[in-house]
Design a protein around this ligand. Structure first.
Ligand code: ADP
Ligand code: ADP
Ligand code: ADP
Length: 213
């Protein structure tokens, strides 16, 4: 399966991805994670991406299209993939279609994580992440057994620098202006499944499984 996950920050894409990935043996490609790794390693890509990310704006299409183009060619992604956080503009969606056409493949399903903006601030400001596994926790909705510590490995959890109420505002503006049109783009192709992303995580997982079965 070749899947795209679209939804605003905090809608649950990163929480559902590892579950879907394991169930269908897909590779998980999250452009946000890849960009954060590049920023941390101070690679040329990271240096170019940092300012936009810190301010909650989108990184330029050319930069992210380049990373995805490289990633989807990897052997581990040939059986299928989950694109989490990409495409985020109509230009990115068009470029993705061109890349897939060359491989003779296409996107099978777009999962649209629909949710009211009002819920997102609490989700984002309470988010804690275990970077190496991608496990997400939440101070109120999914607290770790020991605050700040991953349940499975005992390693420290982190909070993202851009997970503040102020930066969230910019990220939501970017989402409505630049990313929502991507849902329309895929709707015209008849591949969009709408999810009610405000439901508890397990119910969202069950809805995803229904859509993909
Ligand atoms: P979220 O958890 O809010 O969905 P991500 O981790 O996907 O956020 O992305 C974090 C930041 O990385 C974005 O605010 C943006 O600056 C950058 N980014 C990630 N994916 C893309 C993309 N496809 N196009 C442009 N910028 C991106
Ligand atoms: P995204 O990847 O779309 O930005 P995440 O999956 O990281 O969002 O979720 C953001 C925060 O909200 C995390 O702290 C996560 O534990 C929590 N969360 C995710 N899904 C739900 C849900 N269905 N109900 C309540 N909290 C959730
Ligand atoms: P259980 O104890 O039934 O196995 P979990 O430990 O997975 O359930 O989750 C306990 C509660 O926290 C459930 O109500 C679940 O919906 C919620 N939850 C689990 N994971 C997350 C998450 N990542 N974000 C928000 N809420 C979560």
């Amino acid at each position: 399966k070749r899947l795209v996950l679209i939804g605003p920050p905090g809608s649950g894409k990163g929480t559902q991805s590892p579950i879907i990935k394991d169930e269908y043996c897909l590779c998980h490609l999250a452009t946000g994670d890849m960009l954060r790794a590049a920023v941390a390693a101070k690679t040329p890509l990271g240096v170019k991406a940092k300012e936009a990310m810190d301010n909650g704006q989108l990184v330029s299409d050319d930069l992210v299209v380049g990373i995805i183009d490289e990633a989807i060619k990897k052997p581990s992604c040939q059986k299928g993939f989950i694109l989490d956080g990409f495409p985020r503009t109509v230009v990115q969606a068009q470029k993705l279609d061109e890349m897939l056409e060359k491989q003779g493949s296409k996107i099978d399903k777009v999962l649209n994580f629909a949710i009211d903006d009002a819920i997102l601030e609490e989700r984002i400001t309470g988010r804690w992440i275990h970077p190496s596994s991608g496990r997400t926790y939440h101070t109120k909705f999914a607290p770790p057994k020991i605050p700040g510590v991953d349940d499975v490995t005992g390693e420290p959890l982190i909070q993202r620098k851009d997970d503040t109420a102020a930066v969230l505002k910019s990220r939501l503006e970017a989402f409505h202006k630049q990313t929502e049109p991507v849902v329309d783009y895929y709707s015209k192709k008849g591949v969009v499944a709408d999810l009610q992303a405000e439901k508890p995580p397990k119910e969202v997982t069950a809805d995803v499984q229904k859509v993909l079965s």
